[in-house]
Ligand binder design. Structure first.
Ligand code: MF3
Ligand code: CO
Ligand code: CO
Length: 266
C-alpha cells in the first residue's frame, strides 16, 4: 500500500485547488433557491470554473472503470439521492435539501468538497439530518493527525450517525486525492478505533460521510450514476479535502464562505 505523501510544493498547489473548489460553492450559494433547475446550477458552476477560475471541472466526462462518462460538471443530489446526482431539468422547490459536490482541477491538482443546501423551509427531520451529517464530517476531521488510524475517523462518524438514529452508507467512501481525482487510501465512514492505515503527515484525502435518515441500503439509477436510498429515506452528505499534519490537520477546501467547525468539536 503506497499512499502518496505530498511534498510542500504539491501541498501549496492543493491549497489553491481546494480554495477554488470552496469558492465555487460560495459563488453558487445565492442561486440555490426554489425555481432554479439543477441543470442551471451545473451551467453556472461550469462557466465560473472555466471562465473565472481558468480551471477544469473534474466530473465532466469522468469515466472510472464500469461507469459511463459523467455528463455534467457538478453533482446535485436531491432529497433521497445519496450522491452523484446528475443535474437535469428538475426545479428546486420549497422543502428540498440538496447536496452540491464540486471538484476543481487547477494546475494539475484536485480539490473536492460538497455542502448541503436547504431550499426554503425543509422539515425538522431534514434539517436535523443535515446538521448531524455536518457534525459527522467534523468529528471525522477532528481525528486526523499523524499517528492516528483511518479506523478512528470511521468510528467517530459511525458512532455519531447511529446514536442519532441514522445509518452510514457503506458503498462509497472518502479517498486520497491529488494529481488524481480518486487515489489511495479509501476512507471508510465506519470502523473501529486503532484499526486500518496509520496516518502520516503529507497525506491528503477527503472525508465525505453519506448519512441516511432510514436504512443504509442504496440503489443505482438507470443513468448509471445517481445513487438513491433503497427505502427512499432522505440522505445528506458534506465533504472536505484534508491534509494530515504532525499535530493535526489542515482543511484545504476553505474559502470566505466556508461554514466553521461546530464549536463543541475539536
Ligand atoms: N465528487 C465525488 C466525490 O466526492 C465524485 C463524483 S464523480 C462524478 O468523490 F463523476 F460523479 F463527478
Ligand atoms: Co470526494
Ligand atoms: Co466530491
Amino acid at each position: 500500500m503506497a499512499i502518496p505523501i505530498k511534498t510542500p510544493q504539491k501541498i501549496e498547489k492543493m491549497r489553491l485547488a481546494g480554495r477554488l473548489t470552496a469558492e465555487v460553492l460560495d459563488y453558487i450559494t445565492p442561486h440555490v433557491r426554489a425555481g432554479i433547475t439543477t441543470n442551471e446550477l451545473d451551467r453556472l458552476c461550469h462557466d465560473y470554473i472555466v471562465e473565472v477560475q481558468q480551471a477544469i471541472p473534474a466530473p465532466l466526462n469522468y469515466s472510472p472503470p464500469g461507469y459511463p462518462p459523467y455528463p455534467k460538471s457538478i453533482c446535485t443530489s436531491l432529497n433521497h439521492q445519496v450522491c452523484h446526482g446528475v443535474p437535469g431539468d428538475r426545479q428546486l422547490k420549497n422543502g428540498d435539501i440538496v447536496n452540491l459536490d464540486v471538484t476543481v482541477i487547477k494546475d494539475g491538482y484536485h480539490g473536492d468538497s460538497s455542502r448541503m443546501f436547504l431550499v426554503g423551509e425543509p422539515s425538522v427531520l431534514a434539517r436535523r439530518l443535515c446538521e448531524v451529517t455536518f457534525e459527522c464530517l467534523w468529528l471525522g476531521i477532528a481525528q486526523v493527525r499523524g499517528g492516528a488510524s483511518l479506523g478512528d475517523i470511521g468510528h467517530a462518524i459511525q458512532q455519531h450517525a447511529e446514536k442519532s438514529g441514522y445509518s452510514v452508507v457503506r458503498e462509497f467512501c472518502g479517498h486520497g486525492i491529488g494529481e488524481k481525482f480518486h487515489e489511495e487510501p479509501q476512507v471508510l465512514h465506519y470502523g473501529k478505533p486503532h484499526t486500518g492505515l496509520k496516518l502520516e503527515p503529507g497525506m491528503v484525502f477527503t472525508i465525505e460521510p453519506m448519512i441516511n435518515a432510514g436504512k443504509a441500503a442504496i440503489r443505482t439509477m438507470a443513468d448509471g450514476w445517481t445513487i438513491v436510498t433503497r427505502d427512499h429515506s432522505l440522505s445528506a452528505q458534506w465533504e472536505h479535502t484534508v491534509l494530515v499534519t504532525e499535530s493535526g490537520f489542515e482543511v484545504l477546501t476553505v474559502s470566505a464562505g466556508t461554514r466553521p467547525r461546530p464549536d463543541w468539536i475539536g
